[in-house]
Design a protein around this ligand. Structure first.
Ligand SMILES: [Zn+2]
Length: 357
């Protein structure tokens, strides 16, 4: 079930988890994004006054400490003293994870929940849940006209947007950054799932955390988001959006493990080819070797649809221990980081639409 305003308890008196910083001056934010990060004492809420203070938009970034492009973009916007069209409220949650040496390596602190899975009750089970709740409570007060949640993919990838909704407002928000748009009905407790209840919200994946182009994608898009009078109607871009509907997640089964290599490395698990992330937004067919599985496919991998039905055998097959797509698929958010594959998923996929003549 999507989150409802009634699921968000009113603020209790207690510590503010977000440190508030209003209108940081260019001279006060350090010389580099890394210096800026180290000036933040923990989760931070930055407010920037806009030309029209009757209106507000929200940016959330660094929900994952290893995804720096959004913070980079905020740093540049502050450094260049860009005046927003409306009030901008920036929330930067995973500062402590990002600060862990050597910087921007940890998605979360060890033993912490993934912050972008915490936007659903119950909130009061840990610090991450309470931080997510505090952000939601701010949104109820700020009443923004829209919200961006800015991320990077862990693997190399072109940029794309993700939304739970398909309408003009959501399309317009994504097209500030990219023409690729994923529409999902998976309910994972991510921030963008508030779209129905609170305000139009989209996730922007600016490209791989290590891809040089990602910081530019984030900065150019965020600059449009804060400077344009209107970001919710089509017309600020002539990009033709490319839609990907209801992707499935390829996940590890309990008790199986993953590695990356060019031959089978496991008794009970999957070995994916080391260059698998080159398939991001590419099309793969039944001739495309993805890796190796020892044992039964259903014991090792899982791909459930939004109703929870197991669909792995509809989309993937084993031939002599080699893993292939069973039909033509488009893959994205492919990771070659075993930690993320274990905790989150190996990749997302949709069935590719065949060209119509
Ligand atoms: Zn992320």
């Amino acid at each position: 079930m999507a989150l409802k305003p009634s699921d968000i308890p009113l603020p209790a008196t207690g510590p503010n988890r977000f440190h508030y910083w209003a209108n940081p001056a260019p001279k006060d934010i350090g010389e580099t994004c890394a210096e800026f990060l180290h000036l933040l004492p923990g989760p931070t809420y930055i407010y920037i006054t806009g030309k029209d203070p009757q209106r507000a938009r929200v940016v959330v970034t660094l929900s994952h400490g290893n995804e720096p492009s959004g913070l980079h973009a905020i740093f540049e916007i502050l450094k260049q003293n860009i005046e927003p069209a409306v009030d901008i409220h920036c929330f930067i949650p995973s500062v402590d994870a990002a600060k862990q040496s050597p910087g921007f390596i940890y998605r979360t602190l060890p033993h912490h929940r993934d912050f972008n899975r915490c936007f659903k009750p119950p909130f009061d089970i840990d610090e991450q849940g309470l931080l997510a709740l505090e952000l939601l409570q701010y949104l109820l007060t700020i009443k923004p006209e829209c919200l961006l949640d800015v991320h990077n993919t862990s693997g190399s990838s072109p940029p794309f947007g993700v939304t739970t909704f398909m309408d003009e407002g959501h399309n317009a928000l994504v097209s500030l950054f990219t023409h690729r748009m994923i529409i999902t009905d998976l309910q994972l407790g991510s921030l963008m799932e508030i779209s129905e209840a609170l305000t139009p919200a989209v996730t922007i994946e600016c490209g791989g955390a290590l891809d040089a182009e990602s910081a530019n994608v984030a900065f150019d898009g965020l600059k449009r988001f804060i400077m344009f009078e209107d970001v919710l109607t089509d017309g600020h871009s002539d990009l033709m959006l490319e839609f990907f509907h209801n992707p499935l997640r390829l996940e590890l089964q309990e008790g199986s493990d993953i590695a990356y290599g060019d031959h089978c490395l496991f008794e009970d698990g999957v070995t994916l080819l080391p260059d698998i992330e080159n398939h991001n937004f590419g099309t793969v067919d039944a001739t495309c070797l993805l890796g190796y599985v020892s044992g039964d496919l259903t014991n090792v991998l899982s791909a459930k649809d939004s109703e929870g039905n197991e669909r792995i055998n509809d989309f993937f097959e084993l031939r002599d221990g080699q893993l292939f797509p069973a039909k033509v698929l488009k893959l994205f958010m492919v990771t070659s980081n075993p930690e993320i594959a274990r905790k989150d998923c190996l990749l997302y996929f949709v069935e590719a639409e065949l060209p119509r003549n």
